[in-house]
Design a protein around this ligand. Structure first.
Ligand code: KIV
Length: 272
């Protein structure tokens, strides 16, 4: 099939498995609103994650914990409306799946039914096995998330690299094998040593998507506001900034204010 045709073929979980098998890297970014999702999908991204990082970058919270299921569904609806090619994955937010598999199922069904998204993502391994299994049994594709799992930030205490010690690395490997075995279609590996991420990526057949996990995962994800340089105060080592939208937007707004104050906007041509 030609590349042009491939560009317009919808990305499915099955297609992601093929990409891993053929060594084609998977691109993933977060999105939370219609306008940005339309641009990113049009550029050809493979996966759009409606991340609970919306809590940080959209609402200004310090952690991902405050965002609710209703908020996530609202963001997901906007993203789904914009997308014609990417697979849309939605984070199940903190407090709506951890304790109880029935709640996990109810939350995931609400996300799928009310937003039209294609899959959900949940953080953790063995601790949330029953929740993930129950959701998978309902036919909902699940992406796992291991390593630094921001919903557990108060347990970790810091955002530093996870699984540097042997015991935690072994647990991460066994969690990855478990998530594969129960039927997850992919796993995000966040902020772990690149050698461990490479090891896990070789160990399992489902694709791994890294963030701060080196170059030997099957794909990469970044938070859109960070890679576009909209956020200014978050500059971890793993982040590559592809644009400086903070400056572009700031300059444009200053220019606009100057024109308004100086009576230079609108011009005759811009008036009726
Ligand atoms: O919510 C989010 O943005 C995420 C990514 C960091 C993977 O989970």
């Amino acid at each position: 099939m030609s590349t042009a045709k491939n560009q317009f073929k919808r990305i499915t979980t099955h297609r992601l498995q093929e990409m891993k098998a053929t060594g084609e890297k998977i691109s993933m970014l977060t999105a939370y609103d219609y306008s940005m999702a339309k641009i990113i999908d049009g550029a050809g991204i493979d996966i759009l994650l409606v991340g609970d990082s919306a809590s940080n970058v959209m609402a200004g919270n310090e952690t991902t914990l405050p965002i609710t299921l209703d908020h996530m569904i609202w963001h997901a609806q906007a993203v789904v409306r914009a997308v014609s090619r990417a697979l849309v994955v939605v984070d199940v937010p903190f407090g709506s799946y951890q304790g109880n598999s029935s709640e996990a199922l109810r939350s995931s069904i609400r996300i799928m039914k009310e937003s039209g998204a294609h899959a959900v993502k949940m953080e953790g391994g063995l601790e949330v096995k029953e929740s993930i299994e129950r959701v998978l049994r309902a036919g909902i594709p699940v992406m796992g998330h291991l390593g630094l799992t921001p919903q557990s930030i108060y347990k970790f205490g810091t955002y530093t690299v996870r699984a540097k010690e042997k015991e935690e690395a072994e647990k991460l490997k066994s969690d990855a094998l478990l998530l594969e075995e129960i039927g997850c279609f992919s796993i995000v590996l966040e902020k772990i040593p690149s050698s461990l991420a490479a090891n896990v990526s070789n160990l399992i057949r489902i694709p791994t998507i890294g963030i701060g996990a080196g170059n030997r995962t099957d794909g990469q994800v970044l938070v859109m506001h960070d890679m576009l340089g909209i956020t200014q105060d978050f500059k971890p080592r793993f982040l590559r900034q592809y644009a400086d939208l903070n400056k572009v937007i700031g300059d444009a707004v200053e220019h606009y204010i100057k024109d308004v104050k100086g009576g230079e906007f609108p011009s005759e041509e811009e008036s009726y």
